[in-house]
Ligand binder design. Structure first.
Ligand code: TRP
Length: 332
């Protein structure tokens, strides 16, 4: 039997996961986990690059992210879930790769630029923050992954990973796998304020763990077509934030909604009502699975321990290949 190809993907534990994570990446990892050998990273060190003043918050968020993944249907019997800081080979690879990347390339990375603004790092970027795309390349390659399901904002990082792999393989020996990104159909979910991508730090999200009334409240507050005052005014779905959610979560109903909105036959309140019920229907089984797992904290710990052990073994295999390719395998 041919060996399955591998997926590596994951999230920063900076809070519970939201709908943007779901459509950007989690949905795909759940769908593909039986076809690929799947590794899911809880990237705590990457979270530290912006949250280093509050490391004490990481623990709660590591468990939130783990629970969210399991709640969404990541099956711990087939997928390997692990914590980045517990796989030292990732840190080793990061240092080795850092020789192969120029500071210029990092400074011009568009995702780094956007995030630097968001976190107030424009004038003074911590070295670890500027360099986290290199560490992300190590996250992806330590287990020799082929495919990386991510949101579109992650593309520059996957591109850098591919460059590092090509450079490494060319310079030393072709031992690393050049991964490909898999971008979802809804690569970038705009926040409820209609401004930027859905993000915890911008306070414009619906969390996967939000109860039904919170979902309703958040959607009811969402910005729609600003030019539309009365429900009977013709709407402009192409510029409406709520419509972009309909496209993401209620695709079958979209042609009808679009027509009715343009003709002023359905108002924003009614349109939001539909969206609320669609999103709550999506989240209901997720909420239920979450509460099941929450009852058994020991099993959560076991899932992480097993995942970490497996990754350390995979990481060591990769390190052996890397050391021998670089001829730094000194011991005999
Ligand atoms: N940068 C990703 C995010 O912000 C999280 C992440 C860390 C990741 N390491 C990764 C994603 C490796 C895919 C592959 O969500």
């Amino acid at each position: 039997m041919q060996q399955k190809k591998r997926i590596l993907t994951g999230d920063r534990p900076t809070g519970p996961l939201h709908l943007g994570h779901y459509v950007g990446s989690v949905m795909n990892r759940v769908k593909l986990q039986y076809d690929y050998e799947t590794f899911i990273i809880i990237a705590d060190i990457q979270a530290l690059t912006t949250n280093f003043e509050h490391p004490e918050r990481l623990k709660q968020d590591v468990y939130n992210v783990l629970l969210d993944n399991l709640a969404c249907g990541v099956d711990p019997n087939v997928s390997t879930i692990f914590i980045q800081s517990r796989v030292p080979q990732i840190a080793e690879l990061t240092i080795i790769y850092s020789m192969l990347v120029s500071i210029n390339v990092l400074t011009h990375n568009p995702t780094i630029k956007t995030e630097a603004k968001q976190y107030g790092f424009e004038l003074r970027k911590p070295y670890g923050f500027l360099g986290y795309p290199i560490s992300q390349a190590a996250d992806i390659t330590f287990c020799r992954a082929h495919l990386v399901p991510v949101g579109a904002d992650q593309l520059p990082h996957i591109e850098l990973t591919r460059k590092i792999v090509r450079r490494f393989n060319e310079l030393y020996a072709p031992v690393l796998i050049e991964p490909e990104a898999l971008i979802s159909n809804v690569p970038r979910l705009i926040g409820l304020d209609g401004q930027a991508k859905m993000s915890k730090s911008l306070g414009n999200c619906i969390y996967l763990s939000d109860p039904p009334d919170v979902v309703a409240e958040r959607i009811n507050q969402a910005i729609t077509d600003p030019a539309r005052i009365r429900a009977t005014d013709p709407g402009h779905p192409d510029i409406c934030n709520v419509f972009s959610y309909q496209k993401a979560f209620n695709p079958n109903f979209v042609p009808e909604l679009e027509e009715n909105c343009k003709k002023g036959k359905i108002g924003c309140v009614a349109c939001k009502k539909i969206l609320i019920s669609v999103i709550n229907a999506l989240l209901e089984p997720i909420r239920q699975r979450r509460s099941e797992y929450q009852k058994d904290l020991d099993s959560l710990n076991d899932i992480l321990q097993t995942g970490i052990k497996r990754c350390q073994q995979e990481g060591e295999k990769t390190m052996e290949l890397v050391r021998s390719a670089m001829k730094i395998d000194y011991l005999i």
